[in-house]
Write a protein that binds this ligand. Structure first.
Ligand code: C2O
Ligand code: CU
Length: 525
């Protein structure tokens, strides 16, 4: 589809996007009308779909479990991945792998992760969905500088600052930093990723993301499918150069000075290869059993609409979201998942005949990107799980008890003299404060969006109160940490921050928008 007709297309369906979309220097709607961004084109030779086996990320073992704390050590370094057959891909990897190794922890049992940085550039590690004190939340300027500073010193200042003020130093460390997670939170699938100010997009694209799964007694008591019947699925779109290296349109390829991406990609970077746990269009052999599929959309900018075909009995039976279990299961024939969102679903493969091929599609995309992966149903019979009518209790955050209503507008705007993305007319600055919530209070946040913006709030999950004149949408149930806003949309969420005073961020999780300043601070007290 040509750029012109694409813009016409969004004009047809979208309210507030129409006027703004005309004449913009970059493509806003890279995949039809469903994502804000532009798709890169791979020149590498790509494998046929469903020919490579799915892999699961390795699980990281604690280096010590003494004194009631699980201690881990993770080293971030440059490494080589085997993603495309016959080619190698240089990555940035936690422990040298992509996705990074999975940490499994238990509610109430503190975790400490010593992150060592052996990359030439700084990193910041954020546990996304973690109920974490400020010091360990991975504030965007709390850099872990490299152990070896040669590269930074060589490149600093070389490309010019392009109108940006020098980055204010946060609470920086050198070579390593210990992040402490109290883990006083519900069972849920969290993820950790780089969060360095201005450079999160390229760093995550090159590999800096992994899963952190929290378990608890409440969830154990349900007897959900476990072991071989529980599959974490990290979905990322990427694009590859002919030699197998990852393509990414950074303005400053050194990832040191000037943030952002080149013009056509300012609205978001989309890939043309779909990876599941780092494998392009994989297949997975499954038993005739109920599986728990735990999806994470770890794409920089791509929104997904997940659907299995042929449709399993009960479709995609949602049991959880970003903040853990729902109160009751919800049946979906397809499920929309924006960047950073998670879907916890039960899928019944037991009623398919042996040899059935069940394909996972992204109905928001066409061409090869319509496909994600394929399940091949084998002979072996495993347990069939019937979900109970009640999964958990969700305390509703009563909007009538809100002490304050705040309004945040997520819009395109200038950042210095460049095009960027801003909140309430302001580009991100570590020193300005957009809100000062009182710990324990319920607040209503009204969010407005000009284009697609998946909005993520740190520290605590929230509940969606409504969208426009309607109630919450079909994918809004439970404790969310990221809400998917559509062009021209207005939504209300109820937030309540607890326990940890300090400075935290909320931001758009389209990583190109985040890097181009769509982030703001709130300070809890
Ligand atoms: Cu997943 Cu502030 O990030
Ligand atoms: Cu955005």
């Amino acid at each position: 589809m040509a750029a012109v007709s694409r813009r016409a297309f969004i004009g047809g369906g979208v309210l507030a996007g129409v006027g703004l979309a005309v004449g913009l220097p970059f493509a806003l709607e890279g995949t039809g009308r469903h994502s804000t961004g532009e798709q890169l084109r791979s020149t590498a030779r790509l494998p046929r779909s469903f020919t490579l086996p799915l892999r699961l990320p390795p699980t990281l073992r604690p280096s010590s479990t003494e004194e009631g704390v699980d201690r881990y050590m993770m080293t971030t370094r440059g490494a080589t991945a085997h993603i495309l057959p016959g080619l190698t891909t240089p990555i940035l990897g936690f422990e040298g792998v992509f996705p990074g190794p999975t940490i499994e922890s238990r509610r109430g049992r503190p975790v400490a992760v010593r992150h060592r940085n052996r990359l030439p550039i700084p990193i910041v590690v954020h546990l996304h969905g973690g109920h974490t004190p400020h010091e360990s939340d991975g504030y965007p300027t709390d850099d872990i500088y490299p152990q070896d500073m040669t590269y930074l010193h060589r490149h600093q200042g070389m490309t010019g600052m392009d109108g940006h003020a020098p980055m204010p130093a946060g609470d920086v460390s050198h070579g390593e930093r210990v992040y402490r997670y109290p883990m006083q939170q519900r069972a849920a699938m969290l993820w950790y990723h780089d969060h360095r100010m201005d450079f999160t997009g390229p760093s995550v694209w090159r590999g800096l993301a992994g899963l952190h799964i929290v378990r608890d007694d409440e969830e154990d008591a349900l007897g959900l499918p476990r072991g071989r019947y529980e599959l974490p699925l990290v979905l990322t779109d990427r694009a590859f150069d002919a030699d197998g290296s990852l393509l990414y349109p950074s303005v400053d390829a050194t990832l040191v000075n000037t943030p952002g991406v080149t013009d056509p990609y300012v609205a978001g970077v989309l890939g043309d290869v779909m990876l599941v746990n780092g494998v392009p269009w994989p297949f997975a052999d499954v038993d005739r059993a109920t599986y728990r599929l735990r999806f994470l959309n770890a794409c920089n900018a791509r929104r997904l609409r997940l659907r299995l075909d042929p449709e399993p009995h009960d479709g995609l039976l949602q049991i959880g979201t970003e903040g853990g279990l729902l109160a009751a299961p919800l049946q979906h024939d397809s499920f929309e998942l924006a960047p950073a969102q998670r879907l916890d679903a039960l899928v019944d493969f037991s009623r398919f005949p042996v040899g059935a091929l069940v394909t996972l599609y992204d109905d928001f995309a066409d061409g090869r990107m319509h496909q994600i992966m394929r399940f091949r149903v084998g002979e072996r019979v495993g347990p069939r799980f019937t979900a109970p009518a009640t999964l958990s209790t969700i305390e509703p955050l009563d909007p009538t008890k809100a002490t304050v209503t705040r309004t945040f507008r997520f819009q395109r705007g200038s950042v210095g003299h460049r095009d960027g993305w801003i909140i309430n007319e302001e580009p991100f600055s570590p020193t300005s404060v957009a809100a000062r919530p009182k710990l324990g209070d319920i607040e209503i946040w009204q969010l407005f969006a000009d284009f697609h913006h998946p909005v993520h709030v740190h520290l605590d999950p929230f509940q969606v109160v409504g969208r426009g004149i309607y109630g919450p949408g079909p994918f809004d149930a439970g404790w969310k940490d990221t809400i998917d806003l559509s062009p021209g949309e207005q939504a209300r969420i109820a937030v309540r921050f607890r326990d940890h005073p300090g400075r935290f961020v909320f931001h758009c999780h389209n990583l190109e928008h985040e890097d181009m300043a769509m982030m703001a601070n709130f300070v809890t007290a």
